[in-house]
Ligand binder design. Structure first.
Ligand code: F0G
Length: 379
């Protein structure tokens, strides 16, 4: 690892950020704070406010059951739900909101299926900025809405889809003095590419395959950029095949045409016209990878397996990465000798409604041990 990746904050870092770095956590090997750890590879200047809520440094968890079942050499889950607001969005948002503050913005705006709004609201509050979030009415998971509410964002629920919301905020950001913090903001992609850096730094190599859910297509673009930058700098000798997965009812990158009325239980990726369309196609083609569709049934099966067999509770959209890997295996793709990483993008607690649809092993009982014994079938 380079000195910049593992080192102590330099003098510039101290003066730029000491005041605002309160609450940041540093591991034994140095800071896990991505704006500091990867500073030389990010558009961070001495004027950038180094505000952190503890994003980055997320665990790379080795599979205990599915790895053997899928015939892989190694399978890891990159637990992006360990970011402060419970999703990968914090990697890009920490930079996008800092750059907005650096540029003198007083407000940030975004469209969202939920996670972007939660993250934007959190970082805006930390920077003392106003957050405006435009979301599809009735179609964002409860936990995510709760986050935006708690952080004091101004919420506009529109009668339309995420794609409509993105069109609206792009128009508003043209006309009004607000910083747009969707992934069309280049700082979002820059911050998110650090996920790829962390994987290589931790494994000491690139995986053979990177499985990732695809909605608006910012994250697959960001990961490919991260792997490619490390490759160009000769910090790694190979790059992974990028395997992106969309929900079958919202799979424009698979069909090649926008979907007017996207539909899926995975509301986070219920998107019909991804803003970073070309980035996703480049990632797929340059890596000799694929973008495929997985059904809601396959997503829910992977969601259950992750929780029940691996101890990992993610939101449905996140399970699309594993669902796709399982689908490839079932289709006869030989995974032997390969290392795969699935990006687990968001936390299961964000969407309790979906979790509670699983048949629970639950009975009512009187508050006596003999009654609980009977309920457990121990009598
Ligand atoms: N997984 C989760 C949990 C997400 O929230 C998203 C996107 C994705 C995957 C897909 O990532 O858009 O970069 O391809 N959520 C956005 C939002 C759209 O508004 O929170 P992508």
């Amino acid at each position: 690892m380079s000195s910049a990746a593992g080192g102590m904050p330099d003098a510039g870092g101290m003066t730029a950020g000491e005041e605002t770095r309160r609450g940041m956590t540093a591991g034994a090997g140095g800071s896990r704070f991505i704006l500091e750890r990867y500073r030389e590879l990010l558009p961070v200047t001495d004027a950038t406010p180094m505000v952190t809520l503890g994003e980055g440094g997320t665990p790379l968890i080795r599979s205990c059951r599915l790895e053997a079942e899928l015939g892989l050499e190694a399978l890891y889950f990159k637990a992006e739900f360990s970011n402060p607001t419970g999703s990968f969005k914090d990697r890009g948002m920490v930079l996008a909101v800092a750059k907005a503050a650096e540029a003198g913005a007083e407000a940030v705006i975004c469209a969202s299926t939920g996670n972007t709004s939660a993250s934007a609201a959190a970082y805006a509050s930390r920077h003392g900025l106003k957050a405006i979030v435009v979301v599809p009415s009735g179609r964002i998971a409860m936990g995510k809405l709760a986050q935006a509410v708690a952080h004091g964002a101004q919420i506009v629920a529109i009668d339309g889809s995420f794609d409509d919301a993105l069109r609206v905020v792009r128009e508003l950001a043209e006309k009004h003095p607000v910083a747009l913090v969707n992934s069309v903001n280049p700082h979002r992609i820059e911050g998110q590419k650090t996920g790829a850096f962390e994987i290589v730094d931790e494994l000491g190599a690139a995986p053979d395959v990177l499985c990732i859910p695809v909605g608006n297509a910012g994250n697959i673009t960001a990961y490919w950029r991260g792997f490619s930058e490390y490759y160009q700098m000769e910090r790694v000798g190979t790059r992974p095949q990028m395997w992106g997965f969309q929900a079958a009812g919202a799979a424009p990158l698979v069909s090649g045409v926008p979907v007017a009325h996207p539909e899926t239980i995975a509301t986070a990726i219920r998107i019909g016209n991804p803003a970073t369309w070309d980035g996703a196609i480049s990632a797929r083609d340059e890596s000799e990878g694929l973008i495929d569709a997985v059904t809601d049934e396959q997503i829910l099966e992977a969601y259950r397996r992750l929780a029940a067999d691996e101890g990992i509770f993610c939101e449905p959209a996140s399970a699309a990465s594993l669902a796709g890997l399982m689908q490839q295996h079932a289709a006869g793709v030989d995974l032997s000798g390969k290392t795969a990483v699935c990006i687990i993008t968001g936390h299961g607690l964000k969407d309790p409604d979906t979790a509670l649809q699983i048949d629970a092993d639950r009975v009512e009982s009187a508050a006596e041990s003999d009654a609980v014994e009977r309920a457990l079938g121990w009598d």
